[in-house]
Design a protein. Structure first.
Length: 274
């Protein structure tokens, strides 16, 4: 009897341990499922936003065509981001083949296959200018008024590139099994970057999914993009922004004045606008 009872007690302990292990596996799988479900929601919602921005750009181009106002893609996307309905009389679009925008961080250049440092720039989208997302305008520093994932990892920003890609920073965070974090910046395929997170990996190492760790911290516009500006004049001469103290005046401006044309209320959304 003692032997029987002893075996039963051991069996009971083993059973309890197995149950605990299985429960841990189920909970882990459940958490992973929840995270992926949240990613699916973000991807779907941002896809709708992306489509709406693209549709607004097409509608704006059609309207400009009717008015015989010809603009290139960079000018068009700048206008959509800033809610401009006409290019006529606007210094940014009239005098620049590429209105001034923010230079992409290196990691984003790789994602969007940008070879030249100043080949593509990004404009902050003021959400109030986008059809269906106009309930709340951007915050004073340019961060999003309409949020898809919130400010847990840094204030959320929305951008459109001068060649038409819509993305967000720092991005929707999805933790990987090894502790690295994938930040999804768009609904487009492959538009995410990997951050070290809580892993032991370093920059340049590959995570469990085979993706290279590109950043030690999330990409934040205020620390990674502010002040990195570029634009092109009508003569394709490089020029930085109206809020850059070293900027030369645009045509028809008095010599020595800062290029601050067009900074009316709600215009030219910029990072940490003063």
């Amino acid at each position: 009897m003692r032997n029987s009872k002893g075996v039963s007690l051991i069996a009971l302990i083993i059973t309890i341990i197995v149950i605990i292990i299985l429960a841990a596996i189920v909970l882990s799988a459940g958490g992973d499922t929840t995270n992926k479900a949240q990613l699916a929601v973000f991807t779907n919602n941002f896809s709708q936003y992306y489509d709406r921005v693209t549709m607004d750009a097409l509608n704006a181009k059609q309207t400009l065509g009717i008015r015989s106002e010809n603009v290139n893609d960079a000018q068009l996307y700048y206008m959509v981001a800033n809610g401009l309905r006409t290019a006529s009389g606007d210094c940014e679009t009239t005098n620049r083949t590429m209105p001034v925008g923010y230079i992409l961080p290196d990691t984003l250049k790789e994602i969007y296959k940008v070879s030249d440092e100043n080949e593509v720039v990004a404009y902050i989208i003021d959400d109030k200018n986008i059809t269906g997302y106009n309930a709340v305008g951007n915050n004073e520093n340019g961060s999003a008024g309409y949020e898809f994932y919130g400010d847990t990892n840094g204030q959320e920003y929305h951008f459109i590139t001068s060649n038409g890609h819509v993305f967000t920073l720092p991005g929707f965070a999805l933790t990987v099994d090894d502790g690295t974090i994938q930040y999804y910046i768009s609904n487009e395929k492959g538009c995410y970057y990997v951050v070290k997170g809580n892993s032991t990996l370093g920059e340049g190492d590959k995570n469990v999914n085979g993706d290279e760790v590109k950043e030690l911290l999330p990409i934040l516009p205020v620390s990674d993009m502010k002040g990195h500006l570029h634009g092109l004049t009508a003569n394709n001469t490089a020029l930085t922004a109206y809020h850059d103290q070293t900027t030369e005046p645009l045509p028809n401006q008095e010599s020595g004045l800062n290029d601050k044309v067009g900074q009316e209320e709600g215009r030219y959304t910029s990072i940490d606008k003063e």
